[in-house]
Design a protein around this ligand. Structure first.
Ligand SMILES: [Zn+2]
Ligand SMILES: [Zn+2]
Length: 349
C-alpha cells in the first residue's frame, strides 16, 4: 500500500510499504478514508523526538471503514464505519477503568515505532488497530467524517483542556493559542458555560475563527494582553487559563495572566525539562496546574454519547485538504502556516 513515512528531519516520503495484517484475533484492519496532520506530528517532522525508526508510517488521526476483523472482534465487522482516538486502549486495566485511557498499560500511540516496536500510523491507505473493540468507536450516520476525525484527537483534547479548567459562567477565562486545539478549547469552554472568554493569538485568521466560536479575540502582537486581562478583572487576573501551545513562552503567559487561586489547564505538548514558572511562583499564586495527554477514548465516547460535536461547526478549523501523494506539501503548508492553514487533512482517494 501507499503511505507517508518518516525519512529523517523534515523529510516525509510518499512510499510503498507492506500492507498491514491481522496479527492477533482482537485486531482489525481499517481502510482509511480521512487522515489528519496534527501539531504533534510536527515534533517528529522537525526531528525533536529522537529514535523514531525511519520508514515509520506517520500520523495518528483517522476515520475509516473496517476492511477485515480478527476472529475475537465483537463490536465491528467488515464495512463498519469507525473513528479512532490517537492511542489504543484495552478497556480493562486500572487506567482504562478510571477514564485515563491515554495511560492504558497496554496502549500505544499510532505512528510511533522505535527499535521495531510500536504501531504504524494513519497517513496511509490502511492501518492495523490492536484491541479494536476497546479502541475504536462507531461512526454513526449523523456525524460527518470531519467532525469524527477531530473527535479522535483535537476536539477531545480541547474539551479535556476546558474540563480541567472547571469552567463556570461567572469566571473570566482565557485560551492561550488559537491553533486547532485552542480553537476546540474555545468551543468546549463555551459549551461548558463560559461567558467571559478571551482567546489569545497573533494570527488574525485564527483570532477571527475564535471570535466566531464565541471568544473575545486578543491579538498579542498588537496589545499588552496581561494589561488587558488585569483591566478586565479589577487587577486580579483571569480565573482560568487554558494553554494550548506547549511552549515556555505560552506557559509563562498563562502564569502571568492567572489570578491567585486560579487554574492553569495545559494541554500543549511540552518537552522542556523545567516549568516556565518556578515552584516559588506557583506557591506565591496558590495555583492549580493541570496538564498532560488527553484520554481521547474516554472523551470521544462521552462527547458522542452527549451529541456534542454535532452541535458545533468544529470542522471549520480544517482549512486545507491534500491527497496522500501530496503529503510532503501538506506538512510544509501546515508547518509554515502557509495560505493561513489552520489544519490539514489527507484524502486517500
Ligand atoms: Zn493529533
Ligand atoms: Zn487499559
Amino acid at each position: 500500500m501507499q503511505a507517508l513515512t518518516f525519512a529523517g528531519k523534515e523529510i516525509i516520503e510518499f512510499s510503498t510499504v507492506k500492507d498491514p495484517e491481522i496479527l492477533k484475533p482482537t485486531d482489525v484492519i481499517v481502510r482509511i478514508t480521512l487522515a489528519g496532520v496534527c501539531g504533534s506530528d510536527l515534533h517528529v517532522y522537525h526531528g525533536r523526538e529522537t529514535g523514531l525508526d525511519p520508514g515509520t508510517v506517520m500520523g495518528h488521526e483517522f476515520t475509516g471503514i473496517i476492511e477485515e476483523a480478527g476472529s475475537e472482534v465483537k463490536n465491528f465487522k467488515k464495512g463498519s464505519r469507525v473513528l479512532s482516538p490517537f492511542t489504543t486502549s484495552c478497556g480493562e486495566c486500572f487506567y482504562c477503568r478510571v477514564g485515563l485511557t491515554c495511560r492504558c498499560i497496554k496502549g500505544n500511540l499510532f505512528g510511533w515505532v522505535q527499535h521495531g516496536h510500536g504501531l504504524q500510523g494513519a497517513q496511509a491507505m490502511y492501518i492495523r488497530v490492536p484491541m479494536a473493540d476497546s479502541t475504536l468507536l462507531p461512526l454513526s450516520n449523523d456525524l460527518n467524517e470531519r467532525k469524527a476525525l477531530l473527535l479522535g484527537d483535537v476536539f477531545s483534547t480541547g474539551y479535556f483542556c476546558a474540563d480541567n479548567a472547571h469552567i463556570t459562567p461567572e469566571a473570566v477565562s482565557v485560551v492561550v493559542g488559537c491553533g486547532p486545539v485552542g480553537l476546540m478549547a474555545v468551543t468546549a469552554a463555551k459549551h461548558l458555560g463560559a461567558e467571559k472568554l478571551f482567546a489569545v493569538d497573533v494570527v488574525p485568521e485564527r483570532l477571527a475563527l475564535a471570535e466566531q466560536f464565541g471568544a473575545i479575540p486578543l491579538n498579542a502582537s498588537m496589545m499588552d494582553v496581561k494589561e488587558k486581562i488585569l483591566n478586565e478583572t479589577d487587577g486580579r487576573g483571569a480565573d482560568k487559563v487554558m494553554e494550548a501551545v506547549g511552549s515556555d513562552k505560552t506557559l509563562r503567559l498563562a502564569y502571568d495572566l492567572l489570578r491567585p487561586g486560579g487554574i492553569i489547564s495545559s494541554v500543549g505538548v511540552h518537552t522542556a525539562p523545567h516549568y516556565a514558572f518556578s515552584p516559588a511562583e506557583g506557591y506565591d499564586k496558590n495555583i492549580t496546574y493541570k496538564n498532560g495527554r488527553c484520554p481521547a477514548h474516554y472523551y470521544a465516547e462521552k462527547l458522542l454519547r452527549e451529541g456534542v460535536p454535532q452541535r458545533y461547526p468544529i470542522e471549520k478549523i480544517i482549512t486545507h485538504q491534500f491527497h496522500l501523494k501530496d503529503g510532503a506539501r501538506a506538512y510544509e503548508v501546515f508547518d509554515k502556516k502557509l495560505d493561513n492553514c489552520i489544519k490539514a487533512v489527507l484524502l486517500t482517494e
